[in-house]
Design a binder for this molecule. Structure first.
Ligand SMILES: NC(=O)c1ccc[n+]([C@@H]2O[C@H](COP(=O)([O-])OP(=O)(O)OC[C@H]3O[C@@H](n4cnc5c(N)ncnc54)[C@H](OP(=O)(O)O)[C@@H]3O)[C@@H](O)[C@H]2O)c1
Length: 340
């Protein structure tokens, strides 16, 4: 089969498009024919091995997993003897960071607990955009952010892979949502359900006197003190992404602020799990959440896809089309561009 392979850390150019052996499913594994994957900042981090601490997970001197790619959607081709939940033909999706990556390939063998049946109303490309980004947003808002109906919730970085899910998930919990993005993304944020939009090129939401019960910092940077000022008296700040400075500031100062005052501030790290993916599947099938896809690239163009993601201005998700899917399922949002 064809796959994207790497044996050393570096810029996306280290990735090679190669013929490799097709995997065989183990006893409790499922062989999935990958239809689509997603290219994210997280994949870029695993390819470059930067920031360095990621290597304690991905391999200290060289990558432990030769085929990268976390988010995937595809069709079950074969099942191991002890597989209980799936059969050939099932359409599935999942986050392979729990089981050794491998989404940038024509086939991948995964433990049955790493995948879930794909939402019936989504194409493979839409489904591949979901598994990690949406669960980051869900866990940030629901678990760390303790989101409640009627709360004023602000999403910074609302137009990106995580942010575009966060706006919709926060709305599904009944929150009043303010989306922060740049001028060209304001309409998109509104179309995702944001009640208010703030153009970060025109206005700094930390300086306008407004306060929020929950802030999800999905991207960008503001000093933690500014975020703190923008929180209501018992407000919660959840840092899920953005600049390293923002992450470190919240890691170092967040616990002290939380212990000494009424506001809670801290970071979150996604914990991929089947339960939350099923939760997302239900929201997607109910039409409460729709994946936003910016561009799609073929499998041999993963390096280009990652370079585009690296620029930091993707509108929603960037998808890798591995096997072209059935033509009868229409997309919710038009694909703005196909890079061949
Ligand atoms: N905590 C976790 O477990 C976890 C898991 C996965 C990812 N992450 C992190 O989450 C972050 C977001 O990921 P992502 O996939 O959403 O990234 P992304 O899709 O690459 O983000 C791009 C988006 O961010 C917007 N943006 C850039 N600078 C901004 C600013 N200063 N203010 C507001 N918006 C800005 C861009 O809009 P414009 O073009 O308009 O600027 C663009 O739409 C990353 O830092 C990633 O590493 C964390």
């Amino acid at each position: 089969m064809k796959a994207i392979v790497y044996t050393k850390y570096g810029a996306p150019d280290v990735l090679q498009f190669k013929e490799v052996e097709k995997p065989a499913p183990g006893d409790k594994e499922v062989l999935v024919k990958v239809h689509a994957a997603a290219a994210t900042i997280g994949d870029l981090i695993l390819v470059t091995g930067e920031p360095f601490p990621v290597r304690f997970w991905s391999g200290l001197l060289k990558p432990k997993h030769k085929i990268p790619g976390k988010e995937m959607a595809g069709q079950v081709e074969e099942v191991g003897g002890n597989v209980k939940q799936f059969q050939p033909g099932d359409e599935v999706f999942g986050d392979l960071s729990v089981c050794g990556l491998g989404a940038f390939a024509e086939y991948v063998s995964v433990p049955e607990n790493a995948i879930v049946l794909k939402p019936a109303n989504l194409t493979f490309e839409e489904a591949a955009a979901v598994p990690e980004s949406s669960v980051v947003a869900l866990q940030g808002l629901r678990d760390k952010g303790k989101i409640q109906p009627g709360q004023k919730v602000l999403i910074n970085g609302a137009s990106g892979g995580v942010g575009s899910f966060a706006v919709q998930i926060a709305k599904s919990f009944g929150a009043e949502v303010t989306a922060v993005c740049s001028t060209r993304n304001l309409d998109m944020a509104r179309s995702l359900g944001a009640d208010h939009v703030i153009d970060y090129t025109q206005e700094d939401f930390t300086q306008n006197g407004q306060q929020y019960d929950l802030i999800l910092a999905a991207n960008g940077y503001h000093p933690l003190a500014d975020y703190r000022r923008a929180l209501s008296p018992k407000g919660i700040y959840v840092g899920s992404g953005g600049s390293m400075a923002q992450t470190f500031e919240a890691m170092l100062r967040g616990p002290w602020i939380s212990m000494t005052g009424s506001k809670t501030m801290g970071n979150m790290l996604v914990k991929p799990n089947k339960h939350d993916l099923v939760f997302m599947k239900e929201l997607l099938e109910a039409g409460k959440v729709v994946p936003v896809i910016d561009r799609r690239y073929p499998l041999n163009k993963v390096p280009e896809a990652l370079r585009y993601v690296e620029e930091g201005h993707a509108q929603g998700k960037v998808v890798i089309t591995v096997h072209e899917a059935e033509p009868d399922k229409s997309l919710h949002l038009p694909l703005s561009q196909y890079v061949s």
